[in-house]
Design a protein. Structure first.
Length: 97
């Protein structure tokens, strides 16, 4: 295993925190672009999605399992794109007519 030693000189804590925050924000923005999310796109949590459909979290889990909903994952967090949910509702209402 290779270890690296990093020495930081003449940088205040605030400057270091700002640089780390900028790098982290850049990484997150790149990841969002990679998965197709834009800055204007709204992501809903599992609970918000369940509330929107007026169903339980178990139902949301089953819909993901059966491929009805596609989640966006950030580490151990799960989100759903609101536009995809709206498209799903439009698709279902079209089938009913």
């Amino acid at each position: 295993m290779i270890t690296k030693t990093i020495q930081i000189q003449e940088v205040t804590i605030d400057e270091l925190a700002e640089k780390v925050a900028d790098k982290l924000l850049l990484k997150i923005e790149n990841y969002l672009l990679k998965i197709g999310a834009t800055k204007n796109e709204v992501l809903l949590t599992r609970q918000e999605t369940a509330d929107y459909f007026k169903v339980s979290l178990v139902t949301i889990h089953q819909w993901v399992k059966y491929g009805i909903l596609t989640p966006v994952r950030f580490g151990n967090r799960v989100y759903f794109k609101k536009q995809v949910i709206l498209d799903l509702i439009d698709k279902q209402t079209t089938r009913i007519k």
